[in-house]
Design a protein around this ligand. Structure first.
Ligand code: FAD
Length: 324
C-alpha cells in the first residue's frame, strides 16, 4: 500500500471551500512524508483551484472537467472519483464533513469496502497508532476511533484541523484527466439559492446568531452589521426561524447546522438543548440575553446580561474603534 493520501476537494461558486485546505493539513498529519494528491471535479477550467491546493500543500492535483459534473450529484462524482482511486490506490482518503462530504463518502467507502470515520475533530498519533476523535450525542461526548481497513478514510469537521500556511513557492503537478461519465439517473435542472452570498456559516470563524429575542426580521439587521465588522456569518435558533424572522437555512442545532467557529455570539437565544447540539463545541461562546437565569449562560465563556438592541450597537462601535 502506498503512502499516498487523496483529498476530495469541494468547491462553492468555483472557489475551493476552506475545509479542502484543512483536509490537506489532515493528510499531512496522518502521513507527513507521504504524497498528497488532490482531486477536483467540476466543469470548465479548474487550473486555479488545483494551483490553490498546491499552495496549501498538495503535491499533485488531478482535475476532472466534464459538463455532467457542473453540479454535484453523488452518481456523477462517485464515477469520476472511483476511477481515479482505482488508478492511484491511495492509502488514505480525506474530505470535509459537509453536506456533500456526508453524501459522497459513505458511497465511496462502501464501494471500496473501507472503514470510514466521519466528522473528525482531532487526529492523534500515539505509539504509532492513529486515532480519530469525533463528537457523539450532539457534542456531549467524544469518542476516539481507529481504522482497521487498509484505506484510512475519514471526513473532517470544518474549522477544527489546522491547514498549512499558504505558500506560493510550493510547486506540484496539475494533471487534467478525461473521464467519461455515463448517463446519470438524476440530473440537476436548477439550483435555487436560499442563502445570500458572504461568509458560509459552516466555515465561518465568527458566527453571530439570533434567537426569538431578536423579535422580527428587521431585528436581525444589527446582527448582520456585527457579523460584518467581525468578518463573520449570521445564524439563528429554530425559535427565530419558526417565528419567520429568518430563513431555515440559518438554523443551528440538532435539526439544523452543526458549527464550531472560533467565536459564537448568541443574541437573544435561551440555550435549549437542541440549539446547544449545534454550537456547544465553538471555541469561545459569548451570550447576550436580558434574562440572567437563561440556560445559555451555563455554556457561555462570556455573558452579557442586557438588551441585545442596546448591547450590539455598543459592541459594533467598540469593535470599529479597535479596527480603525
Ligand atoms: P426562546 O427559548 O424563546 O428564547 C428567547 C430568549 O431571548 C430568551 O432567553 C429571552 O430572555 C431572550 N430575549 C428576549 N428579548 C431579548 C432582548 N431584547 N435582549 C436580550 N435577550 C432577549 N432549536 C434550535 O435552535 N435548533 C434546532 O436544531 C432545534 N431542533 C429541535 C428539534 C426538536 C425535535 C425539538 C422538539 C425542538 C428543537 N429546537 C431547536 C427548538 C428548541 O427546543 C427551542 O424551542 C429553541 O431553540 C428556542 O429558540 P430561542 O432560544 O430563540 O427562543
Amino acid at each position: 500500500m502506498s503512502d499516498k493520501i487523496v483529498i476530495l476537494a469541494e468547491t462553492k461558486d468555483n472557489q475551493l471551500r476552506n475545509v479542502t485546505f484543512e483536509a490537506i493539513g489532515a493528510a499531512k498529519q496522518v502521513k507527513p512524508d507521504g504524497e498528497t494528491v488532490g482531486i477536483v471535479c467540476g466543469s470548465g477550467d479548474m487550473e486555479n483551484q488545483a494551483q490553490e491546493m498546491i499552495y496549501y500543500g498538495a503535491d499533485r492535483v488531478i482535475t476532472v472537467s466534464n459538463e455532467k459534473l457542473e453540479n454535484y450529484t453523488s452518481e456523477g462524482y462517485t464515477q469520476a472519483i472511483m476511477e481515479i482511486i482505482e488508478e492511484e490506490s491511495p492509502s488514505g482518503i480525506v474530505m470535509g464533513h459537509t453536506a456533500i462530504g456526508k453524501d459522497l463518502t459513505p458511497k465511496i467507502a462502501s464501494k471500496l469496502g473501507a472503514g470510514l470515520v466521519s466528522d473528525v475533530t482531532e487526529i492523534r498519533l500515539e505509539n504509532e497508532q492513529l486515532s480519530f476523535t469525533r463528537p457523539i450525542y450532539s457534542g456531549k461526548a467524544f469518542e476516539r476511533k481507529t481504522i482497521t481497513s487498509d484505506i484510512l478514510f475519514f471526513t473532517i469537521r470544518p474549522n477544527n484541523i489546522p491547514m498549512l500556511e499558504r505558500d506560493e513557492s510550493r510547486t506540484g503537478d496539475i494533471q487534467p484527466k478525461d473521464i467519461e461519465i455515463s448517463d446519470l439517473r438524476t440530473i440537476i435542472k436548477e439550483v435555487i439559492r436560499k442563502t445570500s452570498e458572504g461568509v458560509d456559516m459552516s466555515e465561518a470563524s465568527v458566527v453571530v446568531a439570533g434567537g426569538r429575542g431578536v423579535k422580527s426580521e428587521e431585528g436581525f439587521e444589527p446582527l448582520y452589521e456585527l457579523a460584518e465588522v467581525l468578518g463573520g456569518a449570521v445564524g439563528a435558533s429554530r425559535g427565530a426561524c419558526d417565528a419567520g424572522y429568518c430563513d431555515y437555512s440559518l438554523q443551528i442545532g440538532q435539526t439544523g447546522k452543526v458549527i464550531t467557529p472560533d467565536l459564537y455570539i448568541a443574541c437573544g437565544i435561551s440555550g435549549a438543548i437542541q440549539h446547544l447540539a449545534g454550537m456547544s463545541n465553538s471555541k469561545v461562546i459569548v451570550a447576550i440575553n436580558k434574562d440572567a437565569d437563561s440556560n445559555i449562560f451555563n455554556i457561555a465563556d462570556y455573558g452579557i446580561v442586557g438588551d441585545i438592541f442596546e448591547v450590539i450597537p455598543l459592541l459594533i462601535e467598540e469593535i470599529k474603534k479597535i479596527r480603525q
